[in-house]
Ligand binder design. Sequence first.
Ligand SMILES: [Zn+2]
Length: 383
Amino acid sequence: MDHVTSRPPASEADRHAWAEPGVEDLGAGLYRIPLPLPGDALKAVNVYAIAGEDGVDLIDAGMALAQARERLAEALGKLGFGLGDIRNFFITHIHQDHYTLAVELRTTLRGQIALGEGERTNMEAIRAVGMGRHEPGFIEMLHAMGAADLADQVRRLMSPRLADPLPRLQWSDPDRWLADGATLDLRTRTLRVIHTPGHTRGHVVFHDEAGASLFAGDHVLPHITPSIGFQPAITRTALRDYLGSLRLLLALPDSRLLPAHGPVRESTHDRVIELLAHHESRLERTLEVASGDPVTAYQAASAIPWTRRQRKLADLDPMNQLLAVGETAAHLEVLVFRGQLARHTSAEGVDTYAPASPQPPDTRPAEPRAPRTPAPRTPRPAP
Ligand SMILES: [Zn+2]
């Protein structure tokens, strides 16, 4: 089709080409449709359209914005469909840039929404927040992470949105909760649902084994490392879950990576290996900053550089500070799980982390014992 572009992978010089409006033909009736997002952090979200004879199935839906809705209608129009031809929305996770446009479109159209059943807990937490019963977990957690001031800043920033009743309407239940291992028969292809907790607790990817393709949602992204556990119902095990979900993909045959943000890549495995290496080096660094006096997650995050430009925590905006502190806490918790750090919770409910056992001098002969903290191998990052 000449009105559908088939783009080469974006070069490093043009990292954002993937987000340009349009439709990318990926072959065999599969199309990538980037939809706009507010702000420019993520640029866009990819919706994948699987065209069939009597309708179209979408992987992820985009965010409930007039502009996103228009662009989706325009893109489907190029494929010979209208919004009313959407049969199913298969959503990878509950974040608003993936879920909410599906809910908006369902109110007037026939499309059915399916979401991983692990997101039930987050859905309940979102409702509880909407009814004013408690704060989102990602704000509540900041107190335990030693970042009460940051919590106040984030509260101030988010209060207009939390007070707005409209977004709450976007959080109605899906028509169907998807179980791990469920098979989706779309006639033109078969997808298997794979539970990949970490980015959120109920995140799923959709594996098309015959087509050697993986609809990865935010689990594996080509350009950035997905945030870990940024969700209404937080869990201490988010990073441990995430690393397990990455290894899970290495046990599957390698496949084309179809991410929710960023361009399509030929290999999922290549990126998974990079992400695992990234987190191992981050774990090493986190262990170094926690190897002296006990530190909170906030203090540890303040001692580690952030973003590709190595910025200080204090120089990030409050929402990115929140993500950075949450990310650091997730790494500290993995180190506790591995027996390298111990967590202590104060009477006020603040968690601090310190080496699990005293560091023996390096000259002492090795003897069988509990896992010990390795000596720092690289200089500490500048504060
Ligand atoms: Zn997400």
